[in-house]
Design a protein around this ligand. Structure first.
Ligand code: XMP
Length: 435
């Protein structure tokens, strides 16, 4: 591994991940470790140049104040502390906030002057390192990857492909609830352009049959998730000599932000809970990256911009936007109206501004007029929201002219629809999705 590293020791700060991102933004690699790491463990990490003890309000567990081990101060690395007034360091910084620019300013002297860290963290080095590590881990054995077309799985696929070529087997399961053109795009990019070993499974009929008449959203999610694993498992069993499962695990999945205890690593199991008798070793080459770094890595690997900056899309796909019991007619209306919305948002530049935007088709009809006669058809609801972490969200105040244009197109082009509404509700009290 080429890059120098600044280690953050978590002493109850909410801002550990912000601090790591700020240091990485200075061009120096940084990782977060539990407060009770030993000096020997610290010394065993590659290229450590310095340590930041990051204190904060969560430094009391079961009534006892936690601290780093005293041996950390004499382990041979420069140490500073933030928000930790007892700390035995020459310089103590105040507690960090979530302002990345302010943190960069506060720590850059320590990182470059005291620790003499080199700003050598960049995506070119990351890709080169990972290619080497993957080859070392996998050798000439085979890796299986569920390629959904989402950002993380697409970037993992591109990285594994660069490292092991034909020994990567990607499986794309089209559950029939993808957005318009999405499965086709996965096949185009990975199979046609990048020449990856891709198994494409069109399981549309199987999923829609299983979902017939099912109204309850949680039941729908269970069926879609469960069936997805069964299809993937069936494909895996058809393949010979697979030893590894590739996964798009990223750094926020690994670090519990604001953790109060030494238990830093979430127990993350095989994705989607694959059965125990499918024994795979995991390959998780993005496990060090934050989401913005995953996107930068995708661009470095030559993936198309639209794939790398794809908006979040739920696992159950359009299945939770075709409300109640899914019918093919309404599913088609969701897919077509969503495609129009995406096209018009892209034309207006809103695709780069708005966090998530989509359409919903409920399972009731309203009265309208079409060709001078009474019609009784479905409404389409437009939702466009902004958020940082999806825990709360505000609505995008879309320009009326743009909304009118989208409405005209949906009414003219989508079959079985006679009304378009805009969802004005923030989260809370609403959620982002309708189901
Ligand atoms: P809600 O509706 O809970 O959505 O405000 C928050 C974010 O999560 C996404 N979402 C899902 N993602 N499987 C997923 O992978 C799901 O079942 C699911 N439900 C909601 C939603 O699109 C939004 O980004």
């Amino acid at each position: 591994m080429k890059q120098d590293m600044i280690v953050i020791l978590d002493l109850g700060s909410h801002e550990n991940t912000v601090l790591a991102r700020a240091i990485r933004a200075l061009g120096v690699y940084s990782e977060i470790y539990p407060h009770d790491i030993t000096a020997a463990e610290l010394k065993a990490l590659p290229n450590v140049k310095g340590v930041i003890i990051n204190g904060g309000p969560n430094n009391v567990i079961d009534g006892v104040e936690i601290d780093v081990l005293p041996e950390i101060y004499t382990a041979g690395f420069p140490v500073i502390a933030a928000g930790h007034s007892k700390a035995k360091c020459e310089v103590n910084l105040p507690q960090f906030t979530d302002d990345i620019e302010a943190i960069k300013e506060a720590v850059k002297g320590f990182v470059f002057d005291t620790c003499k860290a080199e700003a050598n963290w960049n995506m070119t080095n990351f890709v080169a390192d990972q290619v080497e590590l993957i080859r070392r881990q996998v050798g000439d054995r085979k890796v299986l990857l569920a390629l959904s077309g989402g950002v993380d799985s697409s970037v993992v696929a591109a990285l594994l492909l660069k490292a092991i070529g034909d020994n990567l087997v990607c499986v794309h399961v089209n559950h029939g609830l993808m957005r318009k053109g999405e499965s086709e795009n996965v096949v185009e990019v990975f199979s046609n352009q990048l020449c990856a070993n891709l198994v494409y499974v069109d399981a549309t009929e199987r999923f829609l049959t299983k979902l017939e008449g099912v109204e309850d959203p949680e039941q729908k999610r269970k069926i879609i998730g469960g069936e997805f694993i069964r299809v993937f498992e069936e494909e895996a069993r058809k393949l010979d000599g697979i030893d590894f499962l590739g996964q798009g695990t990223i750094y926020p999945d690994i670090v519990e932000s604001g953790t109060k205890t030494a238990k830093m690593v979430k127990s993350h199991h095989n994705v989607g809970g694959l059965p125990d008798d499918l024994q795979f070793e995991l390959v998780e080459p993005l496990r060090q990256l934050f989401k913005d770094e995953v996107r930068a890595c995708g661009l470095e690997l030559g993936l198309p911009y639209e794939m790398v900056y794809r908006q979040p899309f739920p696992g159950p796909g359009l299945g939770v936007r075709c409300l109640g019991a899914i019918t093919r007619e309404r599913l088609e209306a969701v897919r077509e109206s969503d495609a129009i919305l995406r096209e018009e948002f892209a034309k207006a530049g809103l695709d780069k501004k708005v966090w998530q935007y989509f359409t919903i088709v409920p399972d009731f009809k309203s009265v309208g007029v079409r060709d001078n006669a009474r019609s009784f058809e479905y409404p389409v609801i437009i939702r466009a929201v902004n958020t940082v972490d999806a825990m709360t969200a505000t609505i995008e105040r879309v320009d009326w002219d743009i909304l009118c244009r989208i409405t005209d197109r949906i009414l003219a082009e989508v079959k079985g629809v006679n009304r378009v509404c805009y969802d004005m509700s923030p989260k809370p009290n609403a959620t982002i999705e309708w189901e």
